[in-house]
Design a protein around this ligand. Structure first.
Ligand code: ATP
Length: 235
């Protein structure tokens, strides 16, 4: 059974067909990159997968659970880093994580230990008591990433996790994504950065104008790219 099954997903906003009949499977333990230019439909697809945007048609299953039939159960299986980070600007880095861990029903003692561990790993110890609003873009993204992996969900969904982030923080986030998947967990991320997809992902889906143009292994994408098949999408 695939970790995530997306079937015939569609979503329109007025006249705009943001997502147009998209289907793909994500195997357990893979890092699946949803790759495409601005406005391609990546965010809309991810939001339907993690259950905050209802599709016009189609379905999403995570570990066999239908996201729109059993939303609570499905959401408990997913850690999410949304496009706008989703962190609270007036709470400190630590408070953001503690608050979120409580919402996820984590045991207090375990939660505090996990938060300290993550702040340390991500080099955010000194920013522990800094309100999120005062953090750099890279630091905010790292807090958002820590939030997504706090209770170690089997599926991680990241919307442009390194967009606008400084080089060092981007590298740290990428390394953590790889480590996360290495433990057998599944990651879906969106990016419009070809280099990132090639370096980081095991599988890719190329999306443009709401349609899935290609789904396959990362190595095969490199061949297609050499053949200039998708040049118009990335130029
Ligand atoms: P980006 O990299 O710029 O975030 P994307 O690939 O994530 O792009 P989406 O954000 O999914 O693309 O947008 C796909 C299309 O749907 C775009 O034309 C966008 O303007 C439109 N769209 C997305 N969300 C809404 C909304 N809430 N209301 C109206 N139109 C929307």
């Amino acid at each position: 059974m695939p970790a995530v099954e997306v079937k015939n997903l569609s979503k329109s906003f007025g006249e705009v067909k943001a997502v147009n009949n998209i289907s793909f499977d994500v195997e357990e333990g893979s890092i699946f990159g949803l790759l495409g230019p601005n406005g391609a439909g990546k965010t809309t697809t991810l939001r339907m997968i993690y259950g905050v945007l209802r599709p016009d048609s189609g379905s999403v299953r995570v570990l066999g659970i239908d996201v729109w039939e059993e939303p609570r159960k499905a959401k408990s299986l997913m850690g999410v880093m949304p496009e706008d980070t989703g962190i609270y600007p007036r709470l400190t880095a630590e408070e953001n994580l503690i608050y979120f861990g409580k919402v996820r029903g984590m045991d207090e003692h375990k939660l505090r230990r996990r938060v300290s561990e993550l702040l340390k790993i991500l080099g955010l110890e000194e920013k522990r008591f800094t309100i999120a609003d005062k953090l750099s873009k890279g630091q905010k993204q790292k807090v958002a990433f820590a939030r997504a992996i706090l209770d170690e969900p089997p599926i991680l969904i990241l919307d442009e996790p390194t967009l606008g982030v400084d080089v060092m923080s981007a590298r740290e986030i990428r390394n953590m994504i790889v480590d996360y998947a290495r433990a057998g967990r599944t990651v879906i991320l969106s990016t419009h950065n070809m280099w990132e997809a090639e370096k980081l992902c095991t599988h890719v889906g190329i999306i443009s104008e709401g349609k899935m143009r290609y789904v396959g292994k990362r190595e095969d994408l490199e061949k297609l790219y050499e053949e200039k098949e998708f040049e118009e999408i990335f130029l």
